[in-house]
Design a protein around this ligand. Structure first.
Ligand SMILES: [Zn+2]
Ligand SMILES: [Zn+2]
Length: 383
């Protein structure tokens, strides 16, 4: 059997690269006994493992082959993650940490999975990569006035987090996960790809670096579960309907010490029965009579959350004209408030008392020779 530099024989035997011939032999014996097909009722995994150990031993126990193998690996070895030192001692392969000892029963409710992951991966020479939590989107509906003034809202967020039952370890309490025997907790396995050794996530433990004997019944061993939390979010003043507010660091929690993601809140603004809004300007439509427009008038108009103001309508004001009331709109970031835009709209009386009817009939008679459509008809005929 010739040496294959893409395979990690030291890892297969659970010994450090510096292991003596005696250590290699001892480890091989223990592992061979454990994985011998006769002792494992024909398990395919055991057979595979047994072949691996034997191949590794054949190479590493032969001084010349071991040297060739070491040389080849120091040339091509950059893609390998060779577990070093700490775990490799006698009996390495099947060794599991005594987690109870490690934690002394003090592991808290949360983050145990992270702690475990950190320990396992640190031992394997691969740093657990800090992963930023994902961004979270949610929606909230604000009353019209709160959108103008700004508001603090309670947002209930549902998302995936560490399973509370097993503290994210995936192991059914009180059991704890064990170091993955295939990758020795690194979460990585070397793979031969066109002559180059590459690392890919370990298939046995799916890159987690640990395995569980009895999966948690709540999360079925995934260590993740849906949970909900409530976040207080400050919505700034002047937010518009449909606007998306970014609230930094309030998204999903990060992993392995990574930063949390951001929270994005899509704001819906409830319409107001009277006022409309366009940016920093408020709008309102005010009904007026034909005589107020024709003769002029001072009319009271409402403002948002303030006393009514009076606008002066000059005689001969056309229907639909917009009056600007400065400072009665929405306060902007610069501290200035936009305007209130008042649209006057003639309210045609639906019912007339006798006196009003007679007055309007008099008006019609008095203006009979001033047909407002004369000009329109003349211009239409010109083309
Ligand atoms: Zn693994
Ligand atoms: Zn669980």
């Amino acid at each position: 059997m010739s040496a294959n530099s893409q395979k990690d024989y030291y890892k297969a035997l659970g010994v450090p690269k510096t292991a003596t011939a005696a250590e290699i032999k001892k480890s091989y014996r223990e592992l061979a006994r454990k994985w011998h097909p006769d002792a494992n009722k024909g398990s395919a995994e055991a057979e595979e493992r047994f072949k691996e150990i034997t191949e590794a031993y054949n190479v590493l126990s032969d001084e010349k082959q071991r040297k060739e193998y070491d040389d080849a690996r120091s040339m091509f070895g950059s893609g390998f993650r060779v577990p070093t030192g700490t775990r490799g001692g006698p009996g390495g392969f099947g060794t599991t940490f005594d987690l109870g000892d490690l934690f002394g029963g003090t592991a808290g409710d949360t983050g145990l999975g992270d702690v475990l992951g950190g320990i396992f991966r640190r031992g394997g020479g691969t740093q657990a990569r800090a992963r930023r939590g994902s961004d979270v989107e949610t929606e909230t509906t604000l009353p019209f006035g709160d959108a103008i003034d700004g508001a603090t809202v309670s947002l209930r967020l549902t998302g995936e987090g560490p399973c509370k039952v097993c503290s994210g370890t995936g192991a059914k309490p009180p059991t704890l996960p064990k170091m993955c025997p295939d990758c020795h907790g690194t979460g990585q396995q070397a793979r031969n790809l066109g002559g180059f050794g590459l690392s890919e996530p370990c298939k046995t433990c799916k890159g987690r670096g640990m395995v569980v004997d009895e999966p948690c019944t709540e999360c079925h061993g995934s260590g993740r579960a849906m949970s909900s939390r409530t976040v207080q979010a400050r919505i700034p003043p002047g937010v518009a309907d449909g606007q998306r507010i970014r609230i930094p660091d309030r998204g999903a929690p990060g992993e392995n010490g990574g930063k949390p993601g951001d929270l994005y809140v899509r704001v819906r603004v409830k319409p107001h029965p009277v006022f409309g809004r366009a940016g920093s300007e408020l709008t309102v439509t005010v009904p007026v009579t034909i005589s107020e427009l024709a003769l002029g008038a001072d009319v009271k108009v409402p403002t948002h959350r303030g006393p009514a103001v009076t606008i002066h309508i000059p005689p001969g004001t056309p229907n639909g004209r917009v009056f600007r009331v400065p400072g009665k709109g929405v306060r902007r970031k610069d501290g200035q408030a936009g305007a209130l835009l008042v649209t006057v709209e003639v309210a045609v009386p639906q019912e007339l008392n006798k006196k009003a009817r007679s007055a309007l009939e008099d008006l019609r008679a008095a203006t009979a020779d001033a047909n407002p459509r004369d000009d329109l008809l003349r211009r239409a005929a010109q083309e």
